[in-house]
Design a protein around this ligand. Structure first.
Ligand SMILES: [Zn+2]
Ligand SMILES: [Zn+2]
Length: 177
């Protein structure tokens, strides 16, 4: 959904959306986010503060991720609050005096006049992802020899279990895939 920023010049606007499962558009097969796991509630307020547009929003629901270790999909709670600022006016204008935190720089989806709300929400979902996506803390991952999902089966080739050095190697191995 595209919002015309000029519509908030005089008064803030508030939006409430329910993002349904088919809303999600991923980045292809390697995407860590597989989709929404049920509807996600999204709220957003857009206001003008001085020379800036301020976007404050919240996403809450459940998303479906792929586990880095066992590669299985799993649901993960999505709860994120965000605040973005966009300086109005041409982009070649003087840098804003306001110091922008890294979070504030996520303004790719805002142009001078318009905001792509779907793009904002999608980006916030990516930003909310954990460094390491695990279906559970103690996920056993895949056997590096035969590829069996060790959460479900015990294969014959399983080396001494619980060796800490080994589980590190395993993580590295599947991160690169
Ligand atoms: Zn897992
Ligand atoms: Zn095996």
């Amino acid at each position: 959904m595209i919002v015309d920023l000029r519509s908030v010049l005089h008064a803030p606007r508030h939006f409430n959306f329910t993002l349904e499962g088919d809303w999600w558009q991923g980045n292809g097969e390697d995407d860590q986010v597989l989709g929404l796991d049920g509807p996600v509630e999204a709220t957003l307020s857009i206001s003008k503060a001085g020379a800036e547009y301020v976007l404050e929003g919240r996403l809450s629901g459940t998303i479906r991720l792929r586990c880095d270790r066992c590669l299985e999909p799993y649901p993960r709670d999505l709860k994120c609050d965000f605040r973005l600022c966009q300086t109005s006016g041409p982009s070649e204008s003087e840098p804003s005096e306001v110091e922008l935190s890294e979070e504030d720089l996520a303004v790719d989806f805002v142009t001078e006049e318009q905001i792509d709300l779907d793009g904002i929400f999608r980006e916030q979902i990516y930003l909310s992802l954990p460094m390491k996506s695990l279906c559970r803390e103690d996920c056993l991952g895949l056997c590096p020899v035969c590829g069996a999902d060790l959460n479900k089966v015990k294969c014959e080739c399983q080396p001494e279990k619980g060796h800490p050095g080994f589980s590190k190697l395993r993580d590295l191995r599947f991160k690169g895939v």
